[in-house]
Ligand binder design. Sequence first.
Ligand code: TLP
Length: 354
Amino acid sequence: MSRTIDLRSDTVSMPTAEMREAMANAEVGDDCYREDPSINRLEAMAAEITGKEAALFVTSGTQGNLVCLVAQCRNGDEFIVADESHIVTTEAGDFACVAGASPRIAPSDQGILTADSIRSVLRRSYDAFSPTRLICLENTNNRGGGAVYPLETLAGIRELADELDINVHMDGARVFNAAAALQVPVSEVVQYVDSVTFCLSKALSAPVGSIVCGTREFIETARRFRRMLGGGLRQSGVLAAAGIVALETIPQKLPQDHANARRLGEGLGSIPGITTDPEPTTNMVYIDIDPSIGTAAQLAEELAARDVKCGAVSDDRIRFVTYHQITSEDVETAIAVAQEAVAALADLRAPVRA
Ligand code: TLP
């Protein structure tokens, strides 16, 4: 039986054998007493890699972003963010429900904000307006096709935030992909932000967990909100052990995932009626499907029937994501299967001849 090639998301990446072994042998303690040696080691590693003073293990990217919002916004504050940002669209409305903050959407190109786009939505201080407290950047940008913030853009946003005396948070769920694409250390990317969340369980292939990084003082505040949100864990070193292996072994492999995504984009884009938009630069491929082929859901179904899974994100758009377990052979198979699936949809539409 052939293996299913699951390109729906890098969240379906599996822990490697080395991660599983490290988990089985992890040294653990009660992390609420700060006595879990594996968690302490993972947090120290994360702080060092990001160049921040301190780090905190959280259960998910969603919890990490929420902790950062709650720690930096008061009820009634506003945060500036791009349309279609994960924080606003896909975190169950927690910004409103829990943080009590409202988003102010700034115009973006593929989800990438600039100092000018942020400036264009700034409002003067007035008692009828909610105070702007935070800028949230998503890097890489998921709905923007895995787009990466150029470093100059980040520098410009930092300058503006300093002028306004507000903080910048980065939803860096895939910031290691951003750093790999820019060929710079992660610390160079996140030097412009006050807080960053990154995920161990996406492109980095660990089974569970994310990390929040910032100043020591900020992380102490974040720790209190993490506890409030039910994220105070006990012998979580079993999870940290996989995260440590992820940080040690996976980032250097990300360029291969990006090359695989580029090849996948090229192969899919060569099928008549399919266009890749934008051209993949990290591990995501978004395709637009001409209605003459069928709908995104129909094409996804045809692919799934041939053991290739992908995610229809709208009527005419599908997302494919590469990660550690997806090989270059898998990519060639997926392209061949997509050609077959498009042909099968055309056959279904062809008039029946007597
Ligand atoms: N993204 C998931 C889905 O929720 C869409 C995916 O398959 O891409 N920030 C960004 C940019 C994300 O893409 C995600 C997850 C998160 C935060 C949330 O992380 P988790 O799922 O760990 O809460």
